[in-house]
Design a protein around this ligand. Structure first.
Ligand code: ZN
Length: 78
């Protein structure tokens, strides 16, 4: 997948866990093995044009919805 390849490429260049999207310049930190670049990007930078173009609004919305659920559970726990 193109997007994953770009992140891996930046990773190889030595930015380690501090990756940047070439399109929207959105930085992703604290990168962990197994993290899905698309998912993380949809979470933090839902307005990215490249993300919208490749994954679509529905995908971004589903990530945002899931995130809202997590936050809700956090609220209930407190
Ligand atoms: Zn982006």
């Amino acid at each position: 997948m193109l997007f994953g390849t770009i992140f891996r490429f930046i990773h190889v260049l030595g930015y380690s866990d501090n990756c940047k999207c070439f399109f929207c310049d959105g930085g992703l930190r604290n990168w962990e093995a197994g993290d899905d670049p698309w998912q993380e990007h949809a979470r933090w930078f839902p307005q990215c044009g490249f993300l919208k173009m490749c994954k679509g609004e529905d995908y971004i919305q589903s990530i945002q919805d899931r995130l809202a659920e997590v936050w809700c559970l956090d609220c209930l726990a407190e």
